[in-house]
Design a protein around this ligand. Structure first.
Ligand SMILES: *[C@@H]1O[C@H](CO)[C@@H](O)[C@H](O)[C@H]1NC(C)=O
Ligand SMILES: *[C@@H]1O[C@H](CO)[C@@H](O)[C@H](O)[C@H]1NC(C)=O
Ligand SMILES: *[C@@H]1O[C@H](CO)[C@@H](O)[C@H](O)[C@H]1NC(C)=O
Ligand SMILES: CC(=O)N[C@H]1CO[C@H](CO)[C@@H](O)[C@@H]1O
Length: 495
């Protein structure tokens, strides 16, 4: 590293000396290495703050920006990053000494070449990330300088380490600011989010910042519909030769967004507040995707299948399943608001699920027993039944219904009125195309019967007629008994 500085380039004494003295070193690169190590500890940071090393570091970074000494520039940015990690004196000087602008100039200087130094991009974003945690004034300075143009520019870099660091800065700036979230999801900001999602859907991501950002933006503040349509093929422009593996209805980026949101929701089911609009929008997406069932053959794999519309179908059902698993989590923000599940129910979620289930061929085991009956009675009159487009489709439908049924009398009655009881009971079987179908089926039947005398009576009569024979009923601790007076069948608890 002898020749890190070009000959014509010299660092003024006013910058060089304080660094060399603070580090007790005779060479600039050594001094920087030593100081950035020292700045890893809280004590080191505050000690360096008292010598105003941050200001010197900023001046050096500015000087190095156009110097073709990327190694030294990277060292000086790392020094700034470490100095600004949780040390308020340094974080304040950073803002007061125009640090945000200096970082922007540094990024511009390395980004303009034909072979940009991505390492420096990442470190520059990390400096901003650490500064952004200091307070509103700091976040506002970063936002003012970078939003939207430079954020868009950075977001278009298709590299996970850059897009992760950018997601961190965006998340930190937006955490707690509905105004900035609004801007991020407005006309100027949406391209940033869309680019980040396209990057993640093509090259992946490694850190959790993207998930944090997405759940913040989409579950709580409802900006999902705008973004989803922004990612649609009609609006997608092919950037940098990205190949979209979507189909004519949905793009790969849309699939990626839904699968990520599904994952986030599934992992953090307790903490996330889902807005009514979000849930409603997912239901609409589901309605658009169900057409795929008319033309598909039996799915050979679970999600993701690699077929965009099928994956959209699957992920929107699993998102709804997890939303409906929340027991009466009324949005705590607005007291009078209708809870999310009620919104979905009044939009016809249960009817849609029953229709999908009814159109499906019965599970393999049931199919075999019906075949015997059919050969005696002649072929059935219905159209050719549909098949599961992916492994687990039937199970996921049953799971949505089962979750909605939990302690909701309205849904219990709705299933009965729509002749769904027998249909649901037929799902309590093992099915190799639907792992855990039986478990979800039993969960549904349990919820269907709990505290609902009318449903219990219907089930008992179906059992007596021999229409269904499910040993699982006894597994639920229930037994069919005929009332001596009324001659009606009913389910009773096995004591
Ligand atoms: C600086 O380093 C030299 C050589 O390692 C050492 O002799 C000297 O005591 C150090 N001075 C300070 C102030 O730490
Ligand atoms: C680097 O050079 C560019 C182009 O000459 C100039 O616009 C920019 O201000 C310079 N950056 C710094 C930090 O001096
Ligand atoms: C978001 O902000 C809240 C409130 O300031 C804070 O408690 C939380 O830790 C922040 N989240 C993250 C991931 O930094
Ligand atoms: C205190 C603090 O926020 N430190 C962070 C500074 O930036 C680095 C790189 O992003 C993080 O790893 C630290 O946690």
């Amino acid at each position: 590293m002898e020749d890190t500085l070009p000959m014509e380039f010299s660092v003024p004494e006013s910058i060089l000396q304080p660094l060399l003295i603070a580090a007790n070193s005779s060479r600039l690169d050594e001094a920087l290495e030593c100081l950035l190590e020292a700045a890893r500890t809280a004590h080191g940071r505050s000690d360096l703050a008292s010598h105003n090393i941050l200001l010197v570091g900023l001046q050096l970074s500015q000087l190095l920006s156009n110097s073709s000494a990327p190694h030294l520039l990277a060292l000086s940015l790392r020094l700034l990053r470490n100095l600004c990690a949780g040390e308020i004196v340094n974080q304040n000087s950073f803002i007061n000494e125009n640090g945000v602008k200096i970082i922007l100039l540094a990024l511009k200087s390395v980004g303009l070449g034909s072979n940009p130094d991505y390492g420096i991009f990442r470190i520059g974003l990390q400096v901003l990330g650490n500064v952004s945690l200091a307070g509103e004034e700091h976040r506002s300075a970063i936002w003012g300088q970078f939003f939207p143009v430079w954020f868009v520019e950075i977001a278009s870099i298709r590299r996970p380490e850059i897009s992760d660091a950018l997601s961190m800065v965006l998340y930190n700036c937006c955490n707690g600011s509905h105004e900035r979230i609004g801007e991020l999801c407005g006309i100027q900001g949406l391209p940033i989010v869309a680019e980040i999602i396209r990057t993640a859907s093509t090259v992946g991501f490694r850190e959790d910042w993207l998930k944090l950002l997405l759940s913040r933006v989409f579950f709580e503040d409802n900006h999902f519909p705008q973004l989803f349509s922004k990612l649609s093929s009609a609006q997608s422009t092919i950037i940098g030769g990205d190949v979209d593996h979507g189909d004519s209805l949905f793009t790969a980026a849309e699939v990626f967004l839904l699968s990520t949101l599904s994952e986030v929701l599934n992992q953090k089911i307790e903490e996330i507040i889902v807005s009514n609009d979000f849930a409603f929008c997912v239901l609409e997406i589901l309605r658009r995707s169900v057409v795929v069932i008319d033309s598909c053959s039996r799915g050979k794999s679970g999600l993701p299948t690699g077929f965009a519309t099928i994956d959209v179908l699957g992920y929107s059902i699993t998102i709804l399943r997890d939303i409906c698993a929340r027991e009466d989590m009324r949005s705590s923000k607005e007291e009078n608001s209708v809870d999310v599940v009620s919104t979905l129910l009044s939009s016809g979620l249960i009817e849609l699920m029953l229709d999908l289930l009814r159109d499906l061929e019965p599970p393999a085991i049931i199919r075999k027993s019906i075949k015997k009956v059919e050969t005696q009675e002649g072929p059935s009159s219905s159209d050719s039944p549909k098949v599961c487009p992916y492994k687990g489709f039937r199970r996921d439908i049953v799971a949505v219904i089962g979750n909605c049924l939990y302690r909701r009398k309205y849904v219990q009655d709705l299933i009965r009125k729509n002749n769904g009881i027998l249909l649901l009971m037929q799902q309590c079987v093992t099915d190799e195309d639907n792992p855990f179908l039986r478990e979800w089926g039993i969960w549904s039947i349990r919820n269907l019967l709990e505290g609902n005398a009318e449903n219990q009576r219907v089930v008992a009569e179906l059992e007596l007629q021999g229409s269904v024979d499910i040993p699982e009923i006894s597994g639920l601790g229930l037994r069919v008994e005929v009332d001596q007076k009324t001659r009606r069948a009913k389910l009773v608890n096995v004591s």
